[in-house]
Design a protein around this ligand. Structure first.
Ligand code: NAP
Ligand code: ZN
Ligand code: ZN
Length: 342
Protein backbone atom coordinates (compact mmCIF):
# COMPACT_ATOMS: atom_id res chain seq x y z
CA UNK A 1 0.00 0.00 0.00
CA UNK A 2 0.99 3.66 -0.27
CA UNK A 3 1.87 5.48 2.96
CA UNK A 4 3.63 8.63 4.09
CA UNK A 5 6.19 7.70 6.71
CA UNK A 6 8.21 9.92 9.03
CA UNK A 7 11.80 8.78 8.59
CA UNK A 8 13.60 11.20 10.90
CA UNK A 9 12.83 14.13 13.23
CA UNK A 10 12.97 17.63 11.77
CA UNK A 11 11.57 19.42 8.71
CA UNK A 12 8.92 18.38 6.19
CA UNK A 13 11.56 16.63 4.03
CA UNK A 14 11.42 13.77 6.57
CA UNK A 15 7.92 12.83 5.34
CA UNK A 16 8.35 10.26 2.56
CA UNK A 17 5.73 8.69 0.31
CA UNK A 18 6.58 4.98 0.18
CA UNK A 19 5.26 1.57 -0.83
CA UNK A 20 4.96 -0.47 2.40
CA UNK A 21 3.38 -3.78 3.41
CA UNK A 22 -0.39 -3.67 4.03
CA UNK A 23 -1.02 -4.43 7.74
CA UNK A 24 -2.17 -7.96 8.67
CA UNK A 25 -5.00 -8.12 11.20
CA UNK A 26 -5.33 -10.47 14.16
CA UNK A 27 -8.57 -12.07 15.47
CA UNK A 28 -9.78 -8.92 17.33
CA UNK A 29 -8.80 -6.30 14.74
CA UNK A 30 -10.35 -4.61 11.73
CA UNK A 31 -8.56 -3.54 8.56
CA UNK A 32 -9.79 -0.09 7.53
CA UNK A 33 -9.39 1.31 4.01
CA UNK A 34 -8.50 4.89 4.98
CA UNK A 35 -10.44 7.52 3.02
CA UNK A 36 -9.45 10.65 4.93
CA UNK A 37 -6.98 11.66 7.61
CA UNK A 38 -6.93 15.03 9.37
CA UNK A 39 -3.63 16.85 9.83
CA UNK A 40 -3.33 17.97 13.45
CA UNK A 41 -0.70 20.26 14.94
CA UNK A 42 0.15 17.22 17.10
CA UNK A 43 1.50 15.60 13.88
CA UNK A 44 3.91 18.54 13.49
CA UNK A 45 5.09 18.01 17.07
CA UNK A 46 5.58 14.28 16.30
CA UNK A 47 7.54 15.22 13.19
CA UNK A 48 9.81 17.69 14.95
CA UNK A 49 10.63 15.18 17.71
CA UNK A 50 8.86 17.17 20.45
CA UNK A 51 6.77 14.21 21.64
CA UNK A 52 9.10 11.69 23.28
CA UNK A 53 6.96 8.58 22.67
CA UNK A 54 7.17 9.01 18.85
CA UNK A 55 9.00 6.05 17.31
CA UNK A 56 10.70 5.99 13.90
CA UNK A 57 9.93 5.22 11.17
CA UNK A 58 6.21 5.82 11.69
CA UNK A 59 3.13 6.47 9.54
CA UNK A 60 1.73 9.69 11.03
CA UNK A 61 -1.94 10.60 11.54
CA UNK A 62 -4.50 9.95 14.27
CA UNK A 63 -7.59 11.60 12.71
CA UNK A 64 -8.84 8.73 10.61
CA UNK A 65 -12.03 7.82 8.73
CA UNK A 66 -12.60 5.04 6.24
CA UNK A 67 -14.40 1.88 5.31
CA UNK A 68 -13.98 -1.54 6.93
CA UNK A 69 -12.20 -3.80 4.41
CA UNK A 70 -11.74 -6.95 6.50
CA UNK A 71 -12.56 -8.14 10.03
CA UNK A 72 -10.78 -10.59 12.37
CA UNK A 73 -12.37 -13.93 13.24
CA UNK A 74 -13.62 -12.76 16.70
CA UNK A 75 -15.02 -9.41 15.55
CA UNK A 76 -18.80 -9.26 15.95
CA UNK A 77 -19.87 -5.60 15.78
CA UNK A 78 -18.26 -4.54 12.48
CA UNK A 79 -18.53 -5.86 8.92
CA UNK A 80 -16.84 -5.08 5.62
CA UNK A 81 -18.33 -1.92 4.12
CA UNK A 82 -19.08 -0.20 7.46
CA UNK A 83 -18.12 3.47 7.49
CA UNK A 84 -16.02 4.20 10.59
CA UNK A 85 -13.90 6.71 12.48
CA UNK A 86 -11.68 6.28 15.49
CA UNK A 87 -10.43 7.79 18.74
CA UNK A 88 -6.74 8.74 18.74
CA UNK A 89 -5.31 5.58 20.31
CA UNK A 90 -5.64 1.83 20.75
CA UNK A 91 -6.46 1.04 24.39
CA UNK A 92 -5.40 -1.79 26.69
CA UNK A 93 -8.99 -2.16 27.90
CA UNK A 94 -8.04 -3.23 31.42
CA UNK A 95 -6.02 -0.50 33.21
CA UNK A 96 -7.53 1.76 35.92
CA UNK A 97 -8.24 4.47 33.34
CA UNK A 98 -9.84 2.15 30.77
CA UNK A 99 -12.03 0.66 33.51
CA UNK A 100 -13.18 4.04 34.87
CA UNK A 101 -14.11 5.85 31.65
CA UNK A 102 -10.88 7.89 31.50
CA UNK A 103 -9.48 6.00 28.53
CA UNK A 104 -7.60 8.98 27.06
CA UNK A 105 -5.16 8.40 29.97
CA UNK A 106 -4.48 4.74 29.07
CA UNK A 107 -0.74 4.18 28.60
CA UNK A 108 -0.75 0.37 28.79
CA UNK A 109 -2.21 -0.35 25.35
CA UNK A 110 -0.45 -0.32 21.96
CA UNK A 111 -0.71 3.50 22.03
CA UNK A 112 -1.39 6.63 20.00
CA UNK A 113 -1.74 6.46 16.19
CA UNK A 114 1.13 8.11 14.36
CA UNK A 115 3.23 8.08 17.50
CA UNK A 116 3.62 4.61 19.00
CA UNK A 117 1.69 2.73 16.31
CA UNK A 118 1.22 3.42 12.60
CA UNK A 119 -1.44 5.98 11.75
CA UNK A 120 -3.68 7.14 8.92
CA UNK A 121 -1.40 8.78 6.31
CA UNK A 122 -1.83 5.49 4.43
CA UNK A 123 -4.25 3.45 2.32
CA UNK A 124 -4.92 0.91 5.09
CA UNK A 125 -4.67 0.73 8.87
CA UNK A 126 -5.42 -1.99 11.43
CA UNK A 127 -7.49 -0.95 14.45
CA UNK A 128 -9.03 -2.73 17.45
CA UNK A 129 -12.80 -2.35 17.60
CA UNK A 130 -12.65 -0.66 21.05
CA UNK A 131 -11.28 2.43 19.26
CA UNK A 132 -13.87 2.50 16.45
CA UNK A 133 -17.27 4.17 16.00
CA UNK A 134 -19.58 3.80 12.99
CA UNK A 135 -20.50 6.97 11.10
CA UNK A 136 -23.78 7.68 9.32
CA UNK A 137 -24.00 8.29 5.55
CA UNK A 138 -24.85 11.98 6.13
CA UNK A 139 -21.28 12.65 7.29
CA UNK A 140 -18.57 12.61 4.60
CA UNK A 141 -15.28 10.81 5.25
CA UNK A 142 -13.43 14.15 5.35
CA UNK A 143 -15.85 15.53 7.95
CA UNK A 144 -15.75 12.26 9.89
CA UNK A 145 -11.98 12.10 10.13
CA UNK A 146 -11.84 15.14 12.41
CA UNK A 147 -14.73 14.30 14.74
CA UNK A 148 -12.57 12.82 17.50
CA UNK A 149 -9.63 15.16 17.61
CA UNK A 150 -10.66 18.52 16.18
CA UNK A 151 -14.15 18.39 17.77
CA UNK A 152 -14.19 15.73 20.52
CA UNK A 153 -11.18 17.36 22.19
CA UNK A 154 -13.37 20.37 23.03
CA UNK A 155 -16.30 18.29 24.25
CA UNK A 156 -13.88 16.54 26.61
CA UNK A 157 -12.35 19.89 27.65
CA UNK A 158 -15.52 21.89 28.22
CA UNK A 159 -18.07 19.30 29.33
CA UNK A 160 -15.98 16.68 31.11
CA UNK A 161 -12.96 18.63 32.39
CA UNK A 162 -13.97 22.32 32.88
CA UNK A 163 -17.67 21.56 33.36
CA UNK A 164 -18.85 24.83 31.78
CA UNK A 165 -21.95 26.40 33.35
CA UNK A 166 -24.62 28.29 31.42
CA UNK A 167 -23.54 31.88 30.83
CA UNK A 168 -19.85 31.28 31.57
CA UNK A 169 -17.51 33.71 29.82
CA UNK A 170 -15.23 31.44 27.77
CA UNK A 171 -11.99 32.67 26.19
CA UNK A 172 -10.51 30.51 23.39
CA UNK A 173 -6.97 31.11 22.10
CA UNK A 174 -5.91 29.97 18.61
CA UNK A 175 -9.60 30.24 17.70
CA UNK A 176 -8.99 30.07 13.94
CA UNK A 177 -7.21 26.71 14.04
CA UNK A 178 -8.47 23.14 13.71
CA UNK A 179 -9.23 22.66 17.39
CA UNK A 180 -10.07 26.36 17.93
CA UNK A 181 -12.82 26.81 15.34
CA UNK A 182 -14.64 23.75 16.69
CA UNK A 183 -13.99 24.80 20.31
CA UNK A 184 -15.97 27.98 19.55
CA UNK A 185 -18.96 25.88 18.49
CA UNK A 186 -18.74 23.39 21.36
CA UNK A 187 -18.38 26.13 24.02
CA UNK A 188 -21.51 27.85 22.62
CA UNK A 189 -23.42 24.57 22.70
CA UNK A 190 -22.38 24.07 26.34
CA UNK A 191 -23.95 27.46 27.16
CA UNK A 192 -20.84 29.65 27.19
CA UNK A 193 -20.43 33.22 25.92
CA UNK A 194 -17.43 32.89 23.64
CA UNK A 195 -14.62 35.44 23.40
CA UNK A 196 -12.41 34.11 20.62
CA UNK A 197 -8.78 35.20 20.28
CA UNK A 198 -7.00 35.14 16.92
CA UNK A 199 -3.63 36.39 15.75
CA UNK A 200 -4.71 36.19 12.08
CA UNK A 201 -6.86 38.93 10.56
CA UNK A 202 -7.96 36.75 7.64
CA UNK A 203 -9.59 34.19 10.00
CA UNK A 204 -11.88 36.68 11.75
CA UNK A 205 -14.92 36.16 9.46
CA UNK A 206 -14.78 32.37 9.83
CA UNK A 207 -14.63 32.71 13.62
CA UNK A 208 -17.78 34.89 13.61
CA UNK A 209 -19.45 32.31 11.33
CA UNK A 210 -18.57 29.57 13.84
CA UNK A 211 -20.67 31.47 16.39
CA UNK A 212 -18.28 33.50 18.54
CA UNK A 213 -19.94 36.26 20.60
CA UNK A 214 -16.81 38.41 20.43
CA UNK A 215 -13.71 38.10 18.26
CA UNK A 216 -10.53 39.70 19.63
CA UNK A 217 -7.84 40.25 17.01
CA UNK A 218 -4.59 40.11 18.94
CA UNK A 219 -1.42 39.63 16.88
CA UNK A 220 0.77 40.23 19.96
CA UNK A 221 -1.43 38.00 22.18
CA UNK A 222 -1.81 40.76 24.81
CA UNK A 223 -5.56 40.41 25.21
CA UNK A 224 -6.13 40.76 28.98
CA UNK A 225 -7.52 44.32 28.76
CA UNK A 226 -9.96 43.47 25.97
CA UNK A 227 -11.28 40.43 27.84
CA UNK A 228 -11.74 42.47 31.03
CA UNK A 229 -13.49 45.25 29.08
CA UNK A 230 -15.87 42.78 27.41
CA UNK A 231 -16.77 41.09 30.72
CA UNK A 232 -17.55 44.22 32.77
CA UNK A 233 -14.14 44.05 34.42
CA UNK A 234 -14.67 40.58 35.90
CA UNK A 235 -12.72 38.40 33.47
CA UNK A 236 -13.22 34.92 32.06
CA UNK A 237 -14.73 31.94 33.87
CA UNK A 238 -12.95 29.50 31.56
CA UNK A 239 -9.96 29.89 29.23
CA UNK A 240 -9.28 27.18 26.66
CA UNK A 241 -5.53 27.56 26.16
CA UNK A 242 -4.90 26.10 22.71
CA UNK A 243 -1.82 28.15 21.73
CA UNK A 244 0.01 27.48 25.02
CA UNK A 245 3.12 29.27 26.24
CA UNK A 246 2.86 32.23 23.81
CA UNK A 247 -0.55 33.32 25.14
CA UNK A 248 -0.42 31.84 28.65
CA UNK A 249 0.38 35.03 30.54
CA UNK A 250 -2.62 36.88 29.07
CA UNK A 251 -4.81 33.81 29.58
CA UNK A 252 -3.91 33.58 33.26
CA UNK A 253 -4.32 37.30 33.88
CA UNK A 254 -7.71 37.52 32.18
CA UNK A 255 -9.29 34.90 34.46
CA UNK A 256 -12.04 35.93 36.87
CA UNK A 257 -11.77 34.85 40.53
CA UNK A 258 -12.40 31.06 40.66
CA UNK A 259 -11.74 30.86 36.91
CA UNK A 260 -10.49 27.71 35.21
CA UNK A 261 -7.65 27.54 32.71
CA UNK A 262 -7.76 24.41 30.57
CA UNK A 263 -4.49 23.55 28.84
CA UNK A 264 -5.23 22.00 25.44
CA UNK A 265 -2.20 22.80 23.30
CA UNK A 266 1.29 24.22 23.34
CA UNK A 267 2.37 24.92 19.77
CA UNK A 268 5.90 26.09 20.52
CA UNK A 269 6.28 23.60 23.42
CA UNK A 270 7.98 26.13 25.73
CA UNK A 271 7.35 26.03 29.52
CA UNK A 272 5.35 28.75 31.29
CA UNK A 273 5.90 30.74 34.48
CA UNK A 274 3.18 30.61 37.13
CA UNK A 275 3.08 32.91 40.14
CA UNK A 276 1.45 30.73 42.83
CA UNK A 277 0.24 33.90 44.61
CA UNK A 278 -2.10 34.73 41.74
CA UNK A 279 -3.46 31.17 41.65
CA UNK A 280 -4.01 31.22 45.45
CA UNK A 281 -5.61 34.64 45.76
CA UNK A 282 -8.01 34.08 42.84
CA UNK A 283 -8.58 30.37 43.61
CA UNK A 284 -7.77 29.59 40.00
CA UNK A 285 -7.91 26.02 38.67
CA UNK A 286 -5.28 24.87 36.16
CA UNK A 287 -6.63 21.84 34.29
CA UNK A 288 -5.16 19.57 31.62
CA UNK A 289 -7.40 18.03 28.97
CA UNK A 290 -6.31 15.30 26.57
CA UNK A 291 -8.06 13.67 23.64
CA UNK A 292 -11.52 12.08 23.77
CA UNK A 293 -13.27 8.92 24.94
CA UNK A 294 -15.27 6.67 22.65
CA UNK A 295 -18.46 7.69 24.49
CA UNK A 296 -17.69 11.37 23.80
CA UNK A 297 -16.92 10.56 20.15
CA UNK A 298 -20.34 8.92 19.84
CA UNK A 299 -21.90 12.13 21.21
CA UNK A 300 -19.96 14.24 18.68
CA UNK A 301 -21.13 12.00 15.82
CA UNK A 302 -24.70 12.58 16.93
CA UNK A 303 -24.25 16.36 17.24
CA UNK A 304 -22.68 16.61 13.77
CA UNK A 305 -25.38 14.37 12.27
CA UNK A 306 -28.01 16.72 13.71
CA UNK A 307 -25.99 19.71 12.35
CA UNK A 308 -25.71 21.18 15.86
CA UNK A 309 -21.97 21.32 15.21
CA UNK A 310 -20.32 21.78 11.81
CA UNK A 311 -17.22 19.81 10.96
CA UNK A 312 -15.15 22.55 9.28
CA UNK A 313 -12.72 21.22 6.66
CA UNK A 314 -10.97 24.13 4.95
CA UNK A 315 -8.49 22.29 2.73
CA UNK A 316 -8.46 18.82 1.19
CA UNK A 317 -5.15 17.59 -0.24
CA UNK A 318 -4.10 14.21 -1.67
CA UNK A 319 -1.93 11.91 0.52
CA UNK A 320 1.26 12.70 -1.39
CA UNK A 321 0.88 16.37 -0.46
CA UNK A 322 1.39 15.61 3.28
CA UNK A 323 4.60 17.71 3.42
CA UNK A 324 2.76 20.73 1.92
CA UNK A 325 -0.06 20.15 4.43
CA UNK A 326 2.43 20.36 7.30
CA UNK A 327 3.89 23.54 5.84
CA UNK A 328 0.44 25.18 5.60
CA UNK A 329 -0.26 24.42 9.28
CA UNK A 330 3.17 25.59 10.32
CA UNK A 331 2.58 28.90 8.50
CA UNK A 332 -0.86 29.30 10.21
CA UNK A 333 -2.51 29.33 6.76
CA UNK A 334 -5.40 26.95 7.60
CA UNK A 335 -8.80 27.90 9.04
CA UNK A 336 -10.46 24.91 10.67
CA UNK A 337 -8.95 21.56 9.66
CA UNK A 338 -6.88 20.44 6.70
CA UNK A 339 -7.61 16.86 5.65
CA UNK A 340 -5.68 14.43 3.46
CA UNK A 341 -7.94 12.54 1.07
CA UNK A 342 -6.69 9.01 0.38
N1 NAP B 1 -5.47 18.38 24.17
C1 NAP B 1 -5.75 17.67 23.11
O1 NAP B 1 -6.35 16.62 23.18
C2 NAP B 1 -5.35 18.20 21.75
C3 NAP B 1 -5.98 17.74 20.58
C4 NAP B 1 -5.59 18.28 19.35
C5 NAP B 1 -4.60 19.23 19.30
N2 NAP B 1 -4.00 19.61 20.46
C6 NAP B 1 -2.97 20.66 20.46
O2 NAP B 1 -3.61 21.92 20.26
C7 NAP B 1 -2.71 22.82 19.61
C8 NAP B 1 -3.39 23.37 18.36
O3 NAP B 1 -3.65 22.29 17.47
P1 NAP B 1 -4.49 22.49 16.14
O4 NAP B 1 -4.50 21.17 15.50
O5 NAP B 1 -5.73 23.23 16.41
O6 NAP B 1 -3.48 23.44 15.32
P2 NAP B 1 -3.82 24.49 14.16
O7 NAP B 1 -4.97 24.04 13.36
O8 NAP B 1 -2.54 24.78 13.50
O9 NAP B 1 -4.29 25.75 14.98
C9 NAP B 1 -3.47 26.39 15.92
C10 NAP B 1 -3.83 27.87 15.94
O10 NAP B 1 -3.09 28.50 16.98
C11 NAP B 1 -2.64 29.76 16.53
N3 NAP B 1 -1.16 29.71 16.50
C12 NAP B 1 -0.38 28.78 15.94
N4 NAP B 1 0.91 29.04 16.16
C13 NAP B 1 0.94 30.13 16.89
C14 NAP B 1 1.99 30.89 17.45
N5 NAP B 1 3.28 30.53 17.31
N6 NAP B 1 1.66 31.98 18.13
C15 NAP B 1 0.38 32.33 18.28
N7 NAP B 1 -0.65 31.64 17.78
C16 NAP B 1 -0.37 30.54 17.10
C17 NAP B 1 -3.23 29.98 15.16
O11 NAP B 1 -4.52 30.54 15.36
P3 NAP B 1 -4.87 32.04 14.94
O12 NAP B 1 -4.26 32.20 13.57
O13 NAP B 1 -6.35 32.09 14.99
O14 NAP B 1 -4.21 32.90 15.96
C18 NAP B 1 -3.41 28.57 14.65
O15 NAP B 1 -4.41 28.51 13.67
C19 NAP B 1 -1.44 22.01 19.33
O16 NAP B 1 -0.51 22.24 20.37
C20 NAP B 1 -1.92 20.56 19.39
O17 NAP B 1 -0.88 19.68 19.74
C21 NAP B 1 -4.36 19.12 21.66
ZN1 ZN C 1 -5.40 15.57 16.40
ZN1 ZN D 1 -5.91 1.06 29.47
Amino acid sequence: MKAVRLKGFGGIENLKLEEVETPKISFDEVLVRVKACGVCYHDLLNRSGKIPRTRLPIILGHEIAGEVAEVGSHVKDFSPGDRVTTIQRVLCGSCTYCRTGRESLCREGPGFFGEEIDGGYAEYIKIKTSSLCKIPNEISFEEASILACAIGTSLHAFKTRAKISLGDQVVITGAGGGVGLHAVQVAKLCGGRVLAITSSKEKIDKIWEAGADEVIYSPDLQFTKEVKALTNGRGADVVAEIVGSASFESSLRCLAPSGKLVFLGNVITAPVLVNPGLVILKEIELIGSYAVTREELAEVIDLVKQRKIRSIVSHILPLEKAPEAHQLLQDRKTVGRLVLSI
